[in-house]
Design a protein around this ligand. Structure first.
Ligand code: CO
Length: 215
């Protein structure tokens, strides 16, 4: 029970500290949310999206799953995306991967991990498509890092193909799509791709990949 007591104690401190600096904060927050960001991240415990970006409650809508996948048939993700884009009208949708991602690591190997293999099929597909680029690296950790990046880029591309984002772009130039990677060993976000605001930007960003690996 010590673990549980610790987090409940931390929670009381959290509520007290915010109330001290802004006494009406929680009441206002309970009324409505107007987040500017939808973050799609990995479920990994070392990637606490709100903590590492320093946002307050109400500023970030969040969806997390293993290896930050944007799978077009995933009703959970699509529901989050639709609500964020069509109701909350978020300005930014950010796919955030991270180095040393266990999900991407599993997709790097040819071992079988059970159910999660189905979930990670898309990452394995990315690995196959980029086989030549990945094989050119001398060290495995460089290959691993690049596959983490390619996986994020692939998910940004998948996002851009969803009818939800396509329809939103027809109405105006938002949301902006971005792809980032979080470094576990330095705590920093690296931006891979940013400001994708329509079909032309998608075409420009993925032109090389489309020619080379057929996206
Ligand atoms: Co991960």
């Amino acid at each position: 029970m010590e673990d549980l007591e610790r987090i409940l104690d931390n929670n009381r401190t959290f509520a007290r500290e915010i109330t001290k600096t802004d006494p009406g904060f929680f009441e206002r927050n309970a009324g409505k949310q107007e987040p500017h960001f939808l973050f799609i991240g990995c479920a990994d415990s070392r990637v606490p999206l709100e903590m590492l970006t320093g946002v307050l409650p109400g500023e970030m809508f969040v969806h997390r799953n293993i290896a930050n996948q944007v799978i077009p048939a995933d009703l959970n993700l699509l529901s989050v995306l639709q609500y964020a884009v069509e109701v909350l009208d978020v300005k930014h949708v950010i796919v955030c991967g991270h180095l040393q991602c266990g999900g991407v690591g599993a997709a790097m190997s040819d071992n079988s991990y059970g159910l999660v293999d189905h979930w990670l099929a898309g990452v394995r597909e990315t690995r196959r498509r980029h086989h030549d680029e990945l094989a050119a690296f001398q060290h495995n950790d460089e290959r691993f890092e690049r596959l983490v990046e390619l996986n994020v880029l692939r998910q940004v591309h998948s996002l851009s193909r969803t009818p939800i984002v396509q329809e939103a772009w027809k109405r105006g130039a938002r949301p902006l799509l971005h792809g980032m990677v979080y470094g576990l060993s330095d705590g920093l976000l690296k931006v891979l791709i940013s400001g994708i605001d329509g079909q032309d930007a998608v075409r420009r960003a993925f032109e090389t990949d489309r020619k080379r690996v057929g996206y």
